[in-house]
Design a binder for this molecule. Structure first.
Ligand code: NAD
Length: 260
């Protein structure tokens, strides 16, 4: 179990990050949750984690596009809990456009949130992990860390970048009992994905099933979504002793997408 460990999960007020934070709390870890949203909804999730799993949970509203706020978040977590033992870099956003029309500020924002934030969190958290002689760093990458799709230039570049950052950090930390891995999901059923369906039905004149099979799950051979709990289970496994020799890996959970 992860009793007496502390996990910081970026982008954990929703979707995959929330499931990972809850999964690690279920194993006994104290958690720092982070992300945007309605304050009362976030407080409900935070308090719910404490009540359900008997751990401590604190919230940081740090903006993952800002290096100084990220450093302060890690420092605060170390003050509150004594250490950040498990770091999960999960915050991410998407923007879809042809390169020649891609807004420059969207490019900068996606590179900052989806890639540079992981550099800033690692830079701040690694000294504490080295001191304790134990650590786990898990990056939520994507099938788009391995293959591309058109019109997602910033996202694909950032996700390929996080895969490279993962390998580099794994090599640097290999003798410190700190593992660094990324998890690469295909299409995951999150509120974000669900919310796109009605608009796509209208825009393409399709039924819900058609949108799911012919648009969303076109690249996913199983024709099923990954669930957030399936991603969270991999994160929890990577924190276990059984996974202590898995480092620098890119674990796919994509229904066969990247096998094609
Ligand atoms: P989501 O929108 O449900 O969650 C994103 C989280 O990041 C939220 O908590 C949001 O508040 C937070 N966030 C966004 N911008 C932030 C910022 N500037 N600072 C701090 N927090 C910020 O999305 P999700 O689907 O759960 O995605 C989580 C991760 O999984 C992302 O890195 C995404 O690229 C990756 N991913 C998702 C899918 C999918 O199909 N849903 C597939 C592969 C990879």
């Amino acid at each position: 179990t992860l009793h007496s460990k502390t996990a910081l999960v970026t982008g954990s007020t929703s979707g995959i990050g929330l499931a990972i934070a809850r999964g690690l709390a279920q194993q006994g870890a104290n958690v720092v949750i982070n992300g945007f949203g309605q304050p009362d909804a976030i407080e409900k999730e935070r308090a719910g984690i404490e009540a359900e799993f008997g751990v401590r949970a604190v919230y940081s509203g740090a903006d993952m596009s800002k290096g100084d706020e990220i450093a302060a978040m890690v420092a605060q977590a170390e003050t509150d809990f004594g250490a950040v033992d498990i770091l999960v870099n999960n915050a991410g956003i998407q923007y879809v456009s042809a390169i020649e029309e891609f807004p420059v500020e969207k490019w900068d924002q996606i590179i900052a949130i989806n890639l540079s934030s992981a550099f800033h969190t690692m830079r701040a958290a690694i000294p504490g992990m080295k001191k304790k002689g134990w650590g786990r760093i898990i990056n939520t990458a994507s099938a788009h860390s391995l293959v591309a799709s058109p019109f997602k230039a910033a996202y694909v570049a950032a996700k390929h970048g996080i895969a490279g950052l993962t390998k580099t950090a794994a090599l640097e930390l290999a003798t410190h009992k700190i593992t660094v891995n990324c998890i690469s999901p295909g299409y995951v059923w999150t509120p974000l994905v669900e919310a796109q369906i009605p608009d796509t039905m209208k825009a393409r004149g399709m039924t819900k099933d058609q949108v799911i099979e012919e648009v969303l799950l076109k690249a996913q051979p199983t024709k099923e979504f990954v669930t957030v709990d399936q991603v969270a289970a991999i994160a929890a496994f990577l924190c276990s002793d059984a996974a202590s020799q898995i480092t620098g890996a890119n674990l796919t959970v994509d229904g066969g997408w990247t096998a094609q």
